[in-house]
Design a protein around this ligand. Sequence first.
Ligand SMILES: *Cc1c(COP(=O)(O)O)cnc(C)c1O
Length: 384
Amino acid sequence: MPKNPDTTAITAGRGPSASLAPGLWPSTVWESSSLTDATQRATSLRSGEFYSRFSNPTVSQLEQAVAELEGAESALAFGSGMGALASLVLALCGQGSHIVAQNNIYGATLSFLQGPCARFGIETTFVDPAVPGSFAAAVIPGRTMLVLAETPSNPRLTITNLAELGAIKGPFTVVDSTMATPTGQRPLDFGVDIVLHSATKGIGGHNDALLGVIAGERDLLNDIWSYSVMHGASASPYDALNALRGIRTLAVRTERQSKSALTIAHALQAHSSVKDVFHPFLESHPQHDLARAQMRHGGSIVAVELDGGFAECNAFVQKLELAHIATSFGGPETLVCHPATSTHAGLSKEALDAVGVTAGLLRFSIGLEDADDLVIDITNALSR
Ligand SMILES: *Cc1c(COP(=O)(O)O)cnc(C)c1O
């Protein structure tokens, strides 16, 4: 039966057990009945009940849930979003490989591509995701192995056209969909090969699980699995359990957060000391129509550019009573960060300018507090 994603969040990843809550399997190792049985377990693909770096029943349940949410044949979980990204890149690329990635990609992804990848002879071309055709134009036939996008992007919420990306043939196309969450958009429906999430954010949703996931075709994920057992960025069953609990409320949390985020974005727009506000579903967003066409909701992030720089931002955030000064997003509490000096602190002035991370830019992760309370808190702090 075709289901609304909100229903899938409730039904996904149920194992054969009659228990309505997932089982926790902390075991790292399983016993074999004979040496032949041991060989069978050691050599089978994504072998269950062998050794937890290969597979774990609680982690498998999370993988099943994410696969169902993303409309994928299969999913793989990792110890973090970066664990997922690094495993994927190192599994699919080799010396001389070429990657096309967007210029405003997640900070650690950028560092990984420019650091270890470059050192191992994997070259990356960075493109502007807002320019139509930019990804396809940078593909070098026969050499480009991966096309890497992140939509919406951090922190200015640039949108990549998923249909355009999905139409690229040859290299594997990958979308980091962390900011949208699986109930916000489904990149695989647009022909994209792999969707990636830092499940530390919206999927886990409670700031208590460090996880990454990828989803796509079974054969491709099995190939990545064969490498990732050596890479060892395996997901913890304790964290997987927390994320499975998080998924049950994913739809209601993201719907509420996205709605509040848009309310707050409108309130910020109306304030005189605000220079610019960014949210995918805001009418003023340059890619508003595209965002509405490919996303079910606009997400929980609002970026705001204040008149002034670091000092003005610092004075403002100190006056907030509800929002916590913290990185990350997708949890119950509203958070605020100053990207130029936190998430993007490693970038040069030129690199910051190139991706629009100015000294006056703040990023809010809207939580589950009452939206009117948040508007009052934020506008009061701005006015003081
Ligand atoms: C947080 C994040 C990551 C990295 O995930 P970790 O779980 O912190 O390793 C990757 N991409 C995006 C968009 C993120 O927000």
